[in-house]
Write a protein that binds this ligand. Structure first.
Ligand code: IPM
Ligand code: MN
Length: 363
């Protein structure tokens, strides 16, 4: 199989974890006779410094021609006081919008070696395995007008959705639920917001098309509470952009490490952008100690969703599982028992070696 992959390292540890992902994918290509070609482009704060914009046209065009995109992370204190059009985050929001990536999938599943580091009691979090499907190109993030009104004395942020935008994300979430444990929780604030009432109506209309999926509606405040009191009761959660942003950060710490969580941003074709849920970690950037596993697990999502390479995807996931079982961890992970602390390069090499060993032993 031949695929063109765009790499967007971005800022901070983005560069280091993207390099790890490239090494893993190169190994997969060699072992399974695929041809993956990579090209690297600018985004975020480093792009502001270099090109005067967080998202150059050249980057957008390169992504549009590619089969899939891997993104490291954007942001850092250096650009915190920039005006809003010169913020690294604008690059990320812009690329999602330009590429039409409306469905953000954020799976949260614990590794048993890390559960003891969860802020929740192990018996509460044990067995949690949920997927947040977050709408990514609408709502408050893209409301207009976005500038201040009345000489800067008032502001307005608009939560706008069309029926069609809600339908496509709800369909996507129902399909995800069909491939999992067939339970969908639709999260809204229908006791207050008009946009949520339309959201609820659409879910009610759509549920007849997916009779094998059970659906419940839950208010966003109650969901925030249930996520920490009874996380195992969730399978797939679908919600609008801002609610999804907040709930996915809450859910990301349930399993004991943010450094392990991948994400996929998709549309209706096979194209997708894949990135770790964690940020650019400027405090440890450039030291070679970043945890590359969330980025590596993001490549597994890419192999599965964009390239339909299920065997290769599972092998990458088993490699991550195996190195943790052997006790290896980066500095951010608090592993049970006596762990073997390694840096980014060594962790990547362990994954690569596992993939090589497994794929040869199966020939
Ligand atoms: C995320 C991030 C972004 C978002 C920021 C960096 C704009 O928090 O991917 O969740 O809010 O979508
Ligand atoms: Mn976020």
């Amino acid at each position: 199989m031949e695929k063109q992959i765009v790499l967007l390292p971005g800022d901070g540890i983005g560069t280091e974890v993207i390099q790890a992902a490239k090494e893993v994918l190169t190994t997969i290509a060699e072992e399974f006779n695929h041809t993956f070609t990579f090209s690297t482009h600018d985004i975020g704060g480093t792009s502001i410094d270099k090109n005067g914009t967080p998202l150059p046209n050249e980057t957008v065009e390169a992504c549009k021609k590619a089969d899939a995109v891997l993104l490291g992370a954007v942001g850092g204190p250096k650009w915190d006081n920039n005006p809003s059009h010169l913020r690294p985050e604008k690059g990320l929001l812009g690329i999602r919008k330009e590429l039409g990536l409306f469905a953000n999938l954020r799976p949260v599943k614990g590794f048993s070696q890390l559960l003891h580091a969860s802020p929740l009691k192990e018996e509460v979090v044990k067995g949690s395995d949920l997927l947040i499907v977050r709408e990514l190109t609408g709502g408050l993030y893209f409301g207009t007008p976005s500038e201040r009104q009345n000489d800067g004395q008032s502001v307005v942020d608009t939560l706008a959705y069309t029926r069609e935008e809600i339908e496509r994300i709800v369909d996507n979430a129902f399909k995800c639920a069909q491939r999992r444990r067939k339970h969908l929780t639709s999260v809204d604030k229908a006791n207050v917001l008009e946009s949520s009432k339309l959201w609820r109506e659409v879910v009610e209309e759509k549920k007849g098309d997916y009779p094998d999926v059970t659906v419940e509606h839950m208010l966003v405040d109650a969901t925030a509470m249930k996520l920490i009191t009874a996380p195992t009761q969730f399978d797939v959660i679908v919600t609008e952009n801002m609610f999804g942003d907040i709930l996915s950060d809450e859910a990301s710490v349930l399993t004991g490490s943010l450094g392990m969580l991948p994400s996929a941003s998709l549309r209706d074709d096979s194209f997708g952008l894949y990135e770790p849920v964690h940020g650019s970690a400027p405090d440890i950037a450039g030291q070679g100690v970043a945890n590359p596993l969330a980025m590596i697990l993001s490549t597994a999502l890419m192999l599965k969703h964009s390239f339909e390479l299920d065997k290769e995807s599972k092998l990458v996931e088993s490699a991550v599982q195996a190195v943790l079982e052997e006790g290896y961890h980066t500095a951010d992970l608090n592993l049970l028992g006596e762990g073997k602390k390694v840096n980014t390069d060594t962790m990547t090499k362990l994954i690569v070696d596992f993939i090589k060993a497994q794929s040869t032993s199966k020939v």
